[in-house]
Design a protein around this ligand. Structure first.
Ligand SMILES: [Zn+2]
Length: 170
């Protein structure tokens, strides 16, 4: 019987996925394709393994309860959140880190809608004294612009969401 080239479990006929030098089981394929974002048919064994290592950096068992813009994902079931780096969720998710929600000390929107120009971020202080920054506008932008108003609204929503998590997990 054919087995998965990576984890060596037996392959069922309709549940095996070919790469250049062999076949993978559904679970290894899920990771090797970086969560179905990359075709694996032309990948070598080394490339397959490299992708699986990369995918393994995904926070374990993260379930998205809420996602705010391309910035923040919350997992209420496991009381954790992840800061995203823009773009599509699964791609970026392979390299993000999940933080425990009960370690949020304080959360503030940093930006001044009354000024003419302002940068915009959400600052999260954690129990271990690390400061997390969710940057919506790294450089100051015109506060009267649609982009700023929309981002400011998102920043407020993220603060409210994280505040709620903080209280819920006390
Ligand atoms: Zn496998």
């Amino acid at each position: 019987m054919k087995t998965c080239a990576v984890c060596h479990q037996p392959l069922k006929p309709l549940h095996s996925f070919r790469f250049q030098e062999g076949s993978l089981c559904p679970e290894c394929y899920r990771k090797a394709s970086l969560f179905y974002k990359q075709t694996i048919t032309d990948l070598s064994f080394d490339e397959v393994v490299a992708n699986i290592v990369k995918a393994g950096q995904t926070p374990d068992g993260f379930e998205i309860s809420e996602k705010i813009g391309p910035f923040l994902a919350v997992d209420r079931k496991h009381h954790q959140f992840a800061i995203l780096k823009g773009g599509k969720f699964q791609e970026e998710f392979s390299t993000v880190h999940a933080y425990p929600a009960d370690e949020i000390v304080d959360c503030q929107v940093k930006g001044d809608p009354a000024a003419e120009m302002s940068a915009l971020s959400v600052q999260v202080k954690m129990k271990d004294h690390s400061d997390l920054s969710i940057d919506l506008a790294k450089k100051p932008i015109r506060t009267s612009s649609f982009a700023f108003r929309q981002s400011y609204h998102l920043a407020r929503r993220m603060k409210d969401c994280l505040d709620k998590e903080k209280i819920a997990n006390r």
